[in-house]
Design a protein around this ligand. Structure first.
Ligand code: R5P
Length: 304
C-alpha cells in the first residue's frame, strides 16, 4: 500500500477537477508545476517539486483538444524524467486515440500504438487507464498497464433507481461484452441492436432483437461521441414503444452535434463519468456525472 506522504500527483490541464478530487481523497496536494503556451502554440512545462527518487503520478485525459492534451502529458512526463524520480505512472482516464487500435483500410495508422510508444519514450514506466476500447489495445503497451473499469460504479448508481421491468440495450456488437456484465449483475435480459454507420456521425439501426414494449431500458455503451448511436437507438426504441429510456457510458466525449442531439432526444437520463471534464456549456439537466475519483484514488493507494 502506498503511503500518501511519499507520492506526488501532478495534473495536466485537461481534467483538473478530477485530479483535485483524487488528491483530496488521498489527502495530498497536487504537485506544483507551470504549464503554459508559447505565443506560437507550443507547450511549456516546468516542474516545481523535488521528485528525485519519489514515485510520481501524472494525470491527464486525452480529450479534445486531444493533440494538445497528449503533448502536454508527454512534456510533463519528459520534464519529470529529467528529475530522476523512482517511477513515473501516467493516469489516463480517457486514452487519446483509443479507437484507433485497428486499421480498417490500407494506408491507415495504428495511432493507439503510436501514442503508447510515445508515452514510453517520454518516460512512462506504467499507465493506469480506464475502460479502453474493446481490449484489443493491450498488446500495444510495452510497459506495465493497469486498466480500471467503471461499470461497478455505474451499476451501483443504476441500482439506486430501483427500476422494475427493465432491460439492457446493447447498441452494437462491440458493446456486447460490457452489456453482458451489466445484465449479469442486474439480472435482466439484453436486447441487441444492430447498427450501421452511413457516415461517421449518422447511425441507422438495422434491426433490434428482444422485447422492449412497455419496458424501461438502459442503453449501455463505452462512450458517447456525436450521439449518433444513441439517437439511432432511442428512435428505434420509441418506435417499439419502450417506456423510459436511460443511457449510461464511461466517456462523455460529446463532440460536434452531440449536445443538440441530447437536448432533443427522448431520454430520461444520461449517466456518464468524469473521465472527461464537462465544461458548463455541455452540462445538461439530463446528464448526471458519476465520479471515478474514488476508483483512481484506490488504484494509487494500492499501486505497487
Ligand atoms: C463504437 O465503437 C463505440 O463503442 C461507440 O458506440 C461510439 O463511439 C459512439 O459514437 P457516436 O456517439 O458518435 O455514435
Amino acid at each position: 500500500m502506498n503511503n500518501s506522504k511519499n507520492i506526488y500527483l501532478f495534473s495536466g490541464n485537461s481534467n483538473k477537477p478530477l485530479a483535485r478530487k483524487v488528491a483530496r481523497l488521498l489527502d495530498i496536494k497536487l504537485g506544483k508545476s507551470i504549464i503554459k503556451k508559447f505565443s506560437d502554440g507550443e507547450t511549456y512545462v516546468q516542474i516545481n517539486e523535488d521528485v528525485k527518487n519519489k514515485k510520481v503520478y501524472v494525470m491527464q485525459s486525452g480529450s479534445n483538444p486531444s493533440n494538445d492534451n497528449l503533448m502536454e502529458m508527454l512534456i510533463m512526463v519528459h520534464a519529470l524524467k529529467a528529475m530522476e524520480p523512482k517511477k513515473i505512472i501516467a493516469i489516463i482516464p480517457f486514452f487519446p486515440y483509443r479507437r484507433m487500435e485497428k486499421t480498417v483500410e490500407a494506408g491507415e495508422s495504428l495511432t493507439f500504438e503510436l501514442v503508447a510508444d510515445l508515452l514510453k519514450e517520454a518516460g512512462v514506466d506504467k499507465a493506469i487507464v480506464l475502460d479502453l476500447h474493446k481490449h484489443r489495445s493491450k498488446r500495444f503497451f510495452k510497459f506495465q498497464r493497469k486498466e480500471l473499469l467503471a461499470y461497478p460504479v455505474i451499476i451501483s448508481r443504476l441500482l439506486k433507481k430501483k427500476l422494475d421491468n427493465f432491460v439492457i440495450v446493447a447498441p452494437d456488437k462491440g458493446s456486447m461484452p460490457e452489456c453482458k456484465k451489466y445484465s449479469a449483475e442486474l439480472g435482466v435480459p439484453i436486447v441487441k441492436a444492430y447498427k450501421h454507420r452511413k457516415v461517421h456521425d449518422k447511425v441507422i439501426i438495422k434491426k433490434m432483437v428482444g422485447e422492449v414494449k412497455g419496458k424501461d431500458v438502459i442503453i449501455i455503451d463505452d462512450e458517447i461521441n456525436t450521439a449518433g448511436t444513441l439517437v439511432g437507438v432511442v428512435n428505434e426504441l420509441k418506435k417499439k414503444k419502450a417506456r423510459n429510456i436511460y443511457f449510461a457510458c464511461t466517456h462523455a466525449v460529446l463532440s460536434g452535434p452531440a449536445i443538440d442531439r441530447l437536448k432533443k432526444a427522448k431520454l430520461r437520463e444520461v449517466l456518464v463519468t468524469d473521465s472527461i471534464y464537462l465544461p458548463p456549456k455541455k452540462q445538461l439537466p439530463k446528464i448526471k456525472v458519476i465520479s471515478v475519483a474514488p476508483l483512481i484514488a484506490e488504484a494509487i493507494r494500492h499501486d505497487r
